[in-house]
Design a protein around this ligand. Structure first.
Ligand code: TXA
Ligand code: MG
Length: 366
C-alpha cells in the first residue's frame, strides 16, 4: 500500500488536524476537542449561529449555560466585564488546568452562551492539541462535554463518535473529532468556581467578606482554591446539590441531579451490601469495584476493576461506566469507594467528594 493512501494515525500530523479543525470551526461547524478532563463539543463562542448549533446537536436545554474555552488569561479578560485580581491569581496558578472561573460577562459574549445570565464561565484547558487549536483560531470556543445531553461524558474520540456518529463533511451538523491516543489525564469535568462576589457588582451586594463559590466539584479542590487565593478555607463555599435551594433558579444547572448517566440502572453500594446483593443476584450484573473481596466475587457477573487512588479512579470512571453500559446487564453495581476519612488528606477527601458527586448523578433515576 502506498504511503499516500494510508489513514493518518491519531496525532500523526497535529498541524494538519488542527488546520482542518480550525477551518471547520470558522465555517460555523462543530469540532470535538480533547481536554485533560473530558472531550468538549467545540464551536466559535462569539458566533450566535455556531452556539445555537451546539445546543441543537447536543439536545441541551437553553437554560444551561456553556463554558467558554480560552488560550489563556489575556483572552479571558476580553470576555469578562470585570476580571478581579483574584481571577488573575487563580488563572496564574491553575491554568491551563481543570478549573472554570465564573465572572461577569462582557457584551461581546452572546447571551445565548450564558443562557441569558449575567456571568460567563471561562477555562483554559490543558491539552496540547486544543491549546494549539485555540492559538491558531485566536478566538474562544464554547465546549460543553461532547455527549448528548444527560449522557456520560466522553473521554475518548471513540466515545464522541458513539454519541454523534461518524464525521460527514457534507452535513453541517456533523461533528469532526480531534483525535488523541492518550488517555485524558483527569477524566472528570472541571471544578466550576464563581468569583462574582469579588467583582464590583458582587461586593456591593454581598455586604461581607467576599467568598469563592464552588458550583461544581472537580479535581481542583476547595482547599487548593483557597490557598491559590491566599484566603481562609472558610471563604470557599461548596454549593452542593444537597445544599441548593430547589425553589431558586439554577446558579449552575450542572447541579441538576441526573446527569452523566448510563442507560443501565446504577446502584451505589458499600462493600458489604454489594457482596450480599451479589450472593442473591441470579441474572448477570456489571460490578465496578476496587476491594479484593469484590474483585474476586464468583458467579456470572462481569467485574470491572477500579483504582484505589482518587486521581486514577477519576481518570478511569467514565470509560468504565460506558463499558459497563455496553454489557446490556440488568444493573451496574458500583462499590462505593472505601474512604476512611482518618487516613486521607483534605485534598484526597475533596477529590473523592467530586467522584462521589458524579457517581450519585449516574445513579439518580430519571
Ligand atoms: O471539564 C469541563 O468543564 C468540560 C470540558 C470540555 O471543558 N466541559 C463541561 O461542560 O463539563 P458542560 O457544559 O458539560 O458543563 C458546564 C458546567 C455546567 O454545570 C454549567 O451549568 C456550568 O458549567 N456553567 C456554565 N456556564 C456557567 C455560568 N455562566 N454560570 C454558572 N455555571 C455555569
Ligand atoms: Mg456535561
Amino acid at each position: 500500500m502506498s504511503d499516500r493512501n494510508r489513514q493518518p494515525a491519531p496525532e500523526e500530523n497535529v498541524e494538519a488536524q488542527v488546520a482542518r479543525a480550525a477551518e471547520r470551526l470558522r465555517a460555523g461547524g462543530l469540532v470535538a476537542f480533547p481536554t485533560e478532563t473530558v472531550y468538549g463539543l467545540g464551536a466559535l463562542a462569539l458566533s450566535e449561529a455556531a452556539v445555537q448549533r451546539v445546543f441543537r446537536v447536543k439536545g441541551r436545554p437553553g437554560h444551561n449555560p456553556l463554558i467558554v474555552h480560552v488560550s489563556g488569561e489575556s483572552m479571558a479578560r476580553g470576555l469578562a466585564r470585570d476580571w478581579p485580581s483574584e481571577a488573575s491569581r487563580l488563572a496564574r496558578v491553575m491554568w491551563p488546568g481543570p478549573l472554570t472561573i465564573v465572572v461577569p460577562r462582557a457584551d461581546v459574549v452572546p447571551a445565548l452562551v450564558t443562557a441569558g445570565g449575567p456571568n460567563v464561565a471561562l477555562r483554559c484547558p490543558d491539552h496540547p492539541l486544543t491549546l494549539a487549536l485555540l492559538y491558531v483560531l485566536n478566538q474562544p470556543l464554547v465546549g460543553p462535554s461532547a455527549n448528548k445531553s444527560g449522557n456520560v461524558s466522553p473521554t475518548s474520540a471513540a466515545h464522541v463518535r458513539d454519541e454523534f456518529g461518524p464525521f460527514d463533511e457534507t452535513d453541517p451538523d456533523s461533528v469532526m473529532v480531534l483525535e488523541t491516543r492518550e488517555r485524558l489525564r483527569v477524566g472528570v469535568e472541571s471544578t466550576v468556581v464563581s468569583l462574582v462576589e469579588f467583582c464590583d457588582a458582587g461586593r456591593a451586594s454581598a455586604g461581607r467578606e467576599p467568598r469563592a463559590l464552588v458550583l461544581r466539584r472537580g479535581m481542583v479542590t476547595p482547599g487548593e482554591i483557597a490557598s491559590a487565593l491566599g484566603i481562609d478555607g472558610s471563604r470557599v463555599e461548596v454549593l452542593d446539590g444537597a445544599s441548593a435551594d430547589p425553589s431558586k433558579p439554577l446558579d449552575s444547572p450542572g447541579r441538576l441531579s441526573r446527569h452523566y448517566a448510563p442507560r443501565t440502572p446504577v446502584a451505589l453500594l458499600t462493600r458489604d451490601a454489594l457482596m450480599s446483593r451479589l450472593a442473591r443476584e441470579k441474572s448477570p450484573v456489571v460490578v465496578l469495584g476496587a476491594s479484593l473481596e469484590v474483585l474476586e466475587c464468583a458467579g456470572p457477573h462481569r467485574v470491572i476493576s477500579m483504582p484505589i487512588d482518587p486521581d486514577e479512579y477519576g481518570a478511569a470512571l467514565y470509560s468504565a461506566l460506558r463499558e459497563a453500559d455496553r454489557q446490556s446487564a440488568s444493573a451496574i453495581l458500583v462499590e462505593w469507594p472505601v474512604v476512611h476519612a482518618e487516613d486521607l488528606t483534605a485534598t484526597q477527601q475533596a477529590k473523592w467528594s467530586a467522584i462521589g458527586d458524579r457517581l450519585v448523578r449516574a445513579a439518580t433515576p430519571a
